[in-house]
Design a protein around this ligand. Structure first.
Ligand SMILES: C[S@@+](CC[C@H](N)C(=O)[O-])C[C@H]1O[C@@H](n2cnc3c(N)ncnc32)[C@H](O)[C@@H]1O
Length: 260
């Protein structure tokens, strides 16, 4: 792949520091060891080396979605890559599916969902706060170059969208998902999956209790994912000394018909 105008790009220096940019003619990447005009990057090969005017070499790569999510400007707290992957797998997000998401926040989770459902699918992402919605429009546009036609960003309360969208999958990063669980008990198609990302135990309790009370959810699972990075350098092959201790719990459940 060669870089084009508007593409996100990642520059990595000799210390492994990463710099995320969006390629625009007339702009310049500047850091402590010199500058590179974007024109030198546009048309360059993914995985190639580039040099600043002071002779410092940097590696030029197309960012993975995980690089982008960790480096992009944030408004609301994002779902990190370590939780994004399990959400996509255990909520079983696949090509062609209709997904209802909230809140859009900074748009990190929306990006993962949009890629997973592909252009034959549909993501409706709802955000209560106008400023967060505006922010997400920017992050999603910076990644895709546009708001893709299969992604719809709404301002409002997600509870109000369940009946109209009839989503096969619901993915929630909101503080009170139990309101959505009640709406999903009425309007989500049976067989569907609902997933909630929750930072605290009381939120998990209330979500699971509400789901059980409705009698319309089964296969309720609560999971937590911890990732330990490793250092591999000569004979020093060992886990890193520090790790992220906590982000959130993931609750998954299947929408079912009530038992007779
Ligand atoms: C932690 S952020 C979501 C971050 C997002 N998952 C990401 O990865 O960028 C939570 C968002 O949910 C929004 N929110 C809270 N309750 C909501 C509701 N009932 N409907 C829609 N959005 C809601 C908040 O305004 C906030 O922006």
């Amino acid at each position: 792949m060669t870089f084009r105008v508007g593409d996100p790009a990642l520059l990595i220096d000799d210390k492994g520091r990463q710099y995320l940019l969006r390629l625009e003619p007339g702009r310049e990447f500047v850091f402590h060891k010199g500058a590179i005009p974007h024109e030198k990057l546009i048309g360059a090969e993914d995985g190639s080396w580039v040099e600043t005017h002071q002779g410092a070499r940097l590696l030029l790569l197309s960012p993975r979605l995980s690089d982008y999510v960790l480096r992009m400007k944030r408004g609301a707290q994002v779902v990190y890559p370590k939780d994004l992957g399990p959400i996509l797998v255990y909520a079983d997000i696949g090509p062609g599916m209709t997904v209802l998401e909230a809140g859009t926040g900074s748009g990190a989770l929306t990006l993962g969902l949009a890629r997973a459902v592909g252009t034959t699918g549909r993501v409706v992402s709802v955000e209560r706060r106008e400023d967060h919605h505006e922010f997400a429009v920017k992050t999603i546009t910076r990644w895709f170059g546009e708001i893709p036609p299969h992604v719809e960003l709404r301002v409002g309360a997600v509870e109000d969208s369940v009946a109209g969208v009839k989503p096969e999958r619901i993915v929630l990063d909101v503080p009170e998902p139990w309101h959505v669980v009640r709406a999903a008990a009425e309007h989500q198609p049976t067989g569907g999956v609902l997933c909630a990302y929750l930072p605290t135990v009381p939120q998990v309790e209330t979500t699971v209790e509400t789901a059980r009370e409705t009698g319309r959810f089964a296969e309720i699972e609560v999971k937590e994912f911890l990732v330990r990075e490793w250092n591999v350098s000569g004979r020093s092959v060992r886990p890193e000394h520090t790790m992220v201790g906590h982000t959130g719990f993931l609750v998954f459940m299947r929408r079912i018909q009530p038992a007779e």
